[in-house]
Design a protein around this ligand. Structure first.
Ligand code: SAM
Length: 285
């Protein structure tokens, strides 16, 4: 059995992971400030940013740069300093270290070396967005960034298609237009929420179907953003081609235009819109 030691008792060294603001600078906790003041070193993803940020609290410490491309070597240095008894806090550029940010390998290295790890709570873009999205929060899946290559992005979305949980995506403004279009195409017109510039003065939540989000003017989608997407619904079982045709006919008889009828039948029955459209073309054109 693994040896046990409470995080804030005993002699083993401890690394603090410090969550930092994702926009509003006053969301840096008093505990984080206190620990950074006590630290001998601050490990940081971007030492320039973090130095300027901590200086605004009057904290001036030696830094250790530890980012995606040097996490192994920097991790070794941090571990050896911790073993010497130095106090170290690690922070990424925004939010939690190790969440779509460097830190995961550093944490593993610490654990392998008998170093305890603790977190100082703070904001996380995905959870902020999820909590206010209005979509189910009881079960959720964190995807983070999708691959940037279009073919890989679509493949990944295909793999996510069947997930029942609400899904959290991170995206950058220069890829948002293509990503939303791919999401609408692969996942269908699900409910979604685009949360932009969280905790900042231009914070915005756009709650709409994926198709509507994909049709937004990309110029209006600037800044940092999270996309929350509803999970897959149970497909109504046993729906044969003739059942779908029956529903389509009813919708058209109710006076809906063909496009509206196709969307309604697809949405109500959790069917891919393309499949309903193909049936429409086959039987009504
Ligand atoms: N470690 C961070 C966390 O705990 O949320 C995530 C860092 S990741 C490199 C950066 C991405 O997080 C951005 O591209 C965006 O998707 C999301 N993000 C960060 N800050 C945000 C904000 N203020 N509003 C919306 N999304 C944000």
């Amino acid at each position: 059995m693994a040896e046990r030691e409470l995080n804030f008792e005993g002699k083993s060294p401890l690394l603090y992971l410090i969550a930092t603001p994702i926009g509003n600078r006053s969301e840096f906790s008093p505990r984080a400030i206190e620990l950074c003041k006590e630290a001998d070193f601050i490990g940081a993803e971007d030492t320039r940013n973090s130095r300027a940020f901590l200086l605004s609290y009057g904290i001036d410490k030696p830094f250790i740069s530890c980012h995606e491309h040097n996490e192994e070597e920097a991790g070794e240095k941090i571990v050896s300093l911790l073993k010497e008894g130095k106090k170290i806090c690690y922070m990424s550029d925004a939010g939690y270290p190790a969440i779509s940010d460097p830190g995961e390998r550093l944490v593993r290295r610490c654990i392998q070396n008998g170093i305890k790890v603790s977190t100082v709570s703070g904001p996380n873009a995905g959870l902020n967005a999820l909590a206010a999205s209005g979509l189910p929060t009881d079960h959720f899946y964190f995807e983070g960034f999708l691959p940037s290559k279009p073919s890989e992005r679509k493949k990944e979305l295909e793999e996510l298609k069947g997930r029942k949980e609400t899904i959290i995506f991170y995206e950058s403004p220069h890829r948002i237009e293509k990503t939303l279009k791919d999401m609408a195409e692969v996942l269908g017109d699900r409910k979604a929420c685009l949360a932009r510039e969280l905790t900042k003065s231009h914070e915005e939540f756009i709650r709409a179907g994926l198709e509507e989000l994909a049709a937004l003017d990309p110029v209006t989608l600037r800044g940092e953003m999270v996309i929350i997407v509803e999970g897959a619904k149970e497909t109504k079982k046993g729906l044969e081609e003739e059942d779908i045709l029956f529903l389509l006919k009813n919708a058209l008889n109710e006076g809906l235009k063909s496009k509206e009828a196709i969307s309604k039948v697809a949405k109500d029955n959790n069917l891919p819109k393309n499949a309903v459209y193909d049936l429409y073309l086959k039987h009504f054109k």
